[in-house]
Ligand binder design. Structure first.
Ligand SMILES: Nc1nc2c(ncn2[C@@H]2O[C@H](COP(=O)(O)OP(=O)(O)OP(=O)(O)O)[C@@H](O)[C@H]2O)c(=O)[nH]1
Ligand SMILES: [Mg+2]
Length: 230
């Protein structure tokens, strides 16, 4: 019950109010077809692509950089960086001397299979075993658009507060691995990492959840091992 004297209003659109529903449906279907084509191309080359999703600033680029550092001498690794307006993430990864594809979506809030497919045509696939794809920082839109990756990882951080898992179930339901980053800041944020893990497992009981602190180097090896086993 709302507090006395306050009014709580909930608005929920019904499908017949959404006039572009058919357009949206065919857009998602077209994306799915292109994602399947990307996957077939990657499979033909024996490449595993992993898509990293998560809120703005959760630590996607930092985690990918640390994974690349650990893996690049063992196998061919490339990184696709989705970034709405800057090249800063791609510039940071380039220091690792691995192939990098920067995808500027301008104002787009997610990558799609079409743009990833274009990127796949721009790099030499022959020497690669792994492609890490950093999606745009957003906890909603990327979930709707598979890219053709073999696994989707959600990177969240304790600095997003205690409710982010409960508020964005769709994101977690479509993922295979969840990373809870910035655990070094959990006490300062008064956020319980165990509670976040429980929230994820309530949504999807068998999903792998790995707490990390990229700053302190905690949990990164476990993420690398998990992704290599996918
Ligand atoms: N304290 C702390 N800071 C971290 C950790 N991981 C990343 N950061 C910092 O968080 C900030 C954002 O990290 P990024 O890796 O750029 O985050 P991102 O998810 O790629 O951000 P966008 O691409 O903008 O969505 C940077 O200042 C990082 O140094 C961590 O484990 N602990
Ligand atoms: Mg980034």
């Amino acid at each position: 019950m709302p507090n006395e004297g306050t009014e709580q209003v909930m608005l929920e659109a019904s499908p017949d109010e959404i006039y572009d529903i058919e357009l949206e449906h065919s857009l998602l279907e077209a994306n799915k077809k292109l994602a399947d084509e990307n996957r077939a191309l990657l499979d033909r080359h024996g490449i595993t692509a992993i898509d990293f999703m998560g809120a703005i600033g959760s630590g996607k680029t930092t985690l990918i950089t640390k994974l690349v550092e650990r893996l690049k001498d063992r196998m061919g690794v490339a990184v696709f960086n989705g970034d709405a307006t800057t090249s800063s993430d791609a510039d940071a990864i380039s220091k690792q001397n691995v192939p990098v594809v920067q995808i500027a979506t301008i104002n787009g809030c997610h990558l799609d299979a079409n743009v990833v497919g274009k990127g796949l045509k721009r790099i030499q696939l022959e020497k690669l075993k792994l492609i890490f794809i950093e999606n745009i920082g957003n906890l909603i839109c990327p979930a709707e658009f598979p890219l053709g990756s073999r696994a989707r990882v959600v990177v969240v951080s304790v600095t997003e507060g205690p409710w982010m898992v409960r508020k964005h179930p769709h994101m977690f339901l479509g993922a295979q691995v969840v990373v809870i980053n910035k655990t070094d800041l959990a006490d300062a944020m008064e956020v319980s990492v165990d509670q976040l893990i429980a929230d994820v497992h309530k949504l999807k009981p068998d999903i792998r959840v790995i707490p990390t602190s990229c700053k302190r180097g905690i949990g990164i090896d476990e993420v690398a091992q998990t992704l290599l086993a996918i």
